[in-house]
Design a protein around this ligand. Sequence first.
Ligand code: FAD
Length: 326
Amino acid sequence: MTKVLVLAEAKNGKLRNVSIEVLTVAGRVASDVEINACIFGSDTEKYSEELAKYGAEKVYVVDNEELNEYTPDGYKQALLKVIEEVQPDVVLTGHTAIGKDIFPRVAARLNVALISDCIDVETEDVLVFTRPIYSGKAFQKKKVIKDLVMATIRPNNIEAKENPVTNETSKLLVTIKDLRSVVREVVKKASGKVDLAEAKVIVSGGRGVKSAEGFQPLQELADVLGGAVGASRAACDAEYCDYSLQIGQTGKVVTPDLYIACGISGAMQHLAGMSSSKVIVAINKDPEANIFHVADYGIVGDLFEVVPLLTEEFKKVLAEKQALAN
Ligand code: FAD
């Protein structure tokens, strides 16, 4: 029996999609697997039911208000305690801001292997994790040869599958101490309603958008499609939008179902963050722009004409679809 522990995250009162995807990955780790999940902060017991829907047989809640906001010391203490309790073979979480920060700390403390930003897991004779390297130009397969391994899983790569089980929830008492940093206030800079890292549709703008106001039509298109707005670094550097929207090698790595690149040339550092999107649409007035090499659909034209037309067209199609559904 292989024991897997998943560190789950919730945001705005909802389990994050990536945590559900990670539970699906947990189910693939071995044929005979016991899935445990843990979640930290006050009032997190309520997520137990949904965790059970995706296969978590045991849920460990560390109900402590000092864990309501992420702090490296607090989360480290809580996760070490859960690992001590569960004695897992594999520990998984999403490749999120929290996952990227906490897993290396805990892996270093336990002196165990960490495989980050995985996009697939297979079980041959041993467990094999796949992760992109060289900004997504190649893929590396890592075989696990030691007992305990920790891995972070890239959001939006694995389709979450329901796997309902009846579960039990245990509350673990952890005295959080010696916090070297505490979060006093969270200032939300990005105005987007949809989380960029987990968005199924991203409408992204580059230097070709020309101004902060130029992003308005992109936001309208994103709203119609229930998506989020992203940006190239050039657009962020020019202060058209906040750096939290930057996609690429030094920004966020995203894998939406649909990525619409508007006025983005397709520099390799930008492609590093979005080239694994399932469908890529590029709108650029330069027919030679590099973005067309990775795009599934290309529109050569002025984004200020094309984007509003697309918005209107999507509105019509979605309204017709809605009418048929009624
Ligand atoms: P440009 O290259 O200037 O392209 C603008 C495009 O808009 C052009 O193709 C033009 O034809 C088109 N255009 C102009 N007007 C219109 C219009 N009206 N309608 C339609 N099309 C129009 N970049 C990132 O994006 N993310 C990163 O994480 C990142 N990290 C980097 C890290 C390093 C170490 C370095 C050196 C660079 C990094 N960059 C990153 C920068 C990257 O190299 C490019 O400079 C940047 O991606 C270019 O952004 P852009 O495509 O918006 O701008």
